[in-house]
Design a protein around this ligand. Sequence first.
Ligand SMILES: Nc1ncnc2c1ncn2[C@@H]1O[C@H](COP(=O)(O)OP(=O)(O)OP(=O)(O)O)[C@@H](O)[C@H]1O
Ligand SMILES: O=c1ccn([C@@H]2O[C@H](COP(=O)(O)O)[C@@H](O)[C@H]2O)c(=O)[nH]1
Ligand SMILES: [Mg+2]
Length: 232
Amino acid sequence: MRGGLVASARLLPRPLVRWFLQRRAQQDINENMLGGKKVKIIFVLGGPGSGKGTQCSNIVEHFDFIHLSAGELLRAEINSGSENGTMIDTIITEGKIVPSEITIKLLQEAIIKGGNDKYIIDGFPRNEENRVVFESVTLVTYFQLLEISISPEFVLFFDCSEEEMERRLLGRNQGRSDDNIETIRKRLKVFVESSLPVIEYYESKGMVKKIDATKPAPEVFEDVKAIFTHMA
Ligand SMILES: Nc1ncnc2c1ncn2[C@@H]1O[C@H](COP(=O)(O)OP(=O)(O)OP(=O)(O)O)[C@@H](O)[C@H]1O
Ligand SMILES: O=c1ccn([C@@H]2O[C@H](COP(=O)(O)O)[C@@H](O)[C@H]2O)c(=O)[nH]1
Ligand SMILES: [Mg+2]
């Protein structure tokens, strides 16, 4: 049946087919749709060690979301032996921010591959440039040339004191090259200087749901659960 439709479409004038597909894609763009589904994206932000990864794991156990950690995608890229691997590794070890085009390409691929319509994106956008570029991201739906603006439903912000974040990272023990006191201090500085402005931007739009992340993890999850339960 589908093959028949494709064959029939081939008989139509190309400009007409192109116009039809572009119109459909434009409708999808206007409604934040991907492949006919409304895509829901939630940004999970907070300082290093605030508990983003821990809580995202809890969220996917209870709610139908796919968890994409930008940091994990970058670490996987290093381990894959990609040509950018060494450069990404150096940037992470220095606690700096990887160029937007690299991180966004990995997120785009993961979103398309995920095939779901609900994503929690953990640890991204890291700076204003990340945010602006992602909001005009090009997702390949019908034509490569279409610009699809994906804006988050809301931003979940894990608010935690620096002392507590530092203590947690020093005790994490997962063999990460950036879990040493020198890099941790750099990451905390980058968070304040580059990532907090992103949270302030969304705050000014009334899109931030702030969580007290200094509490024990199960208590933090109770607060997170309440937000996700109410959005369903
Ligand atoms: N509420 C909490 N109380 C105490 N320890 C916690 C809490 N949440 C997470 N942890 C622990 O703190 C460490 C950091 O947590 P997690 O990896 O979830 O943070 P993160 O925000 O994803 O950090 P990063 O930005 O470095 O990836 C882990 O060892 C985790 O088990
Ligand atoms: O959007 C991003 C996300 C991460 N990075 C770099 O990776 C490390 C680790 O990220 P975590 O979220 O803590 O796992 C981070 O310090 C950055 O160096 C990035 O550049 N852009
Ligand atoms: Mg993490």
